[in-house]
Design a protein around this ligand. Structure first.
Ligand SMILES: Cc1cc2nc3c(=O)[nH]c(=O)nc-3n(C[C@H](O)[C@H](O)[C@H](O)COP(=O)(O)O)c2cc1C
Length: 208
């Protein structure tokens, strides 16, 4: 199974990127292949009409987006790692969803949502992304998600005693969620093979 991780932080030294690498190593330990898209270290322009073929704007997308898209196309499942920035998912992550557009790259494939807060929040990006980020790309969020609070203290080598119980709880919960994600990936692969997930008419290209 190939699982792609998308880390939405703007900060190359942020917790989200570190946590993404931790999850990636765990997935590899479970025998999966992985692809990590770290938006903090990947130069992706803001969406423009070049993605719709506008002359003068489209050439750059072939270079910067097509190789990423091809990695995402071949993934069976996704992990979206979203830090909370002023109560919102960061704009690099919103831009990523704009780039996905209404194509079928992630359509009817499962995604685990992991949100990251240095404090005690982390719930707002869950609500935000679950509310509408799937509409036109038709990604399927698992009913389970992971909220990592006090993120600087979790998934590190020397966990402080006051964070040990939370760390252990999240390690165990994540391990369960990753196994669940792989099962959903198998299940949804079988559903896609039936053909009814294909958009039957340009009238339905976008979700309602
Ligand atoms: C611009 C900005 C706004 C932030 N706003 C919030 C917030 O509203 N709630 C919160 O819990 N943490 C907030 N944080 C802290 C992040 O939760 C913290 O940086 C965490 O480690 C996840 O982001 P990172 O992956 O960029 O490190 C904010 C951080 C930045 C850079």
């Amino acid at each position: 199974m190939k699982i792609a991780l998308i880390s939405g932080s703007h900060r190359p030294t942020g917790n989200s990127g570190r946590i993404a690498k931790h999850i990636e190593a765990q997935l590899q330990g479970q025998g999966h292949s992985t692809y990590l898209l770290d938006l903090a270290t990947t130069e992706l322009p803001f969406w423009d009409e070049g993605l719709w073929g506008m002359e003068g704007l489209s050439a750059k997308w072939e270079k910067v987006w097509n190789p990423i898209k091809s990695e995402l196309d071949s993934a069976d499942a996704y992990i979206v790692i979203a830090p909370e920035y002023h109560g919102m998912a960061p704009s690099k992550l919103t831009n990523f969803f704009l780039l996905l557009g209404n194509g079928d790259t992630v359509a009817h494939k499962p995604a685990l949502l992991v949100t990251v807060s240095a404090g005690v929040s982390g719930v707002y990006p869950v609500s935000e992304l679950r509310s509408y980020s799937f509409k036109n790309n038709r990604m399927v969020y698992l009913p389970e998600h992971l909220i990592i609070r006090n993120a600087s203290e979790i998934f590190i080598d020397n966990v402080k005693p006051e964070h040990q119980a939370t760390h252990d709880y999240l390690v165990e919960r994540l391990e369960w969620q990753l196994r669940m994600l792989a099962d959903y990936a198998e299940g949804l692969k079988a559903i896609r093979a039936k053909g009814n997930t294909k958009v039957p008419s340009p009238k339905f290209a976008n979700g309602m």
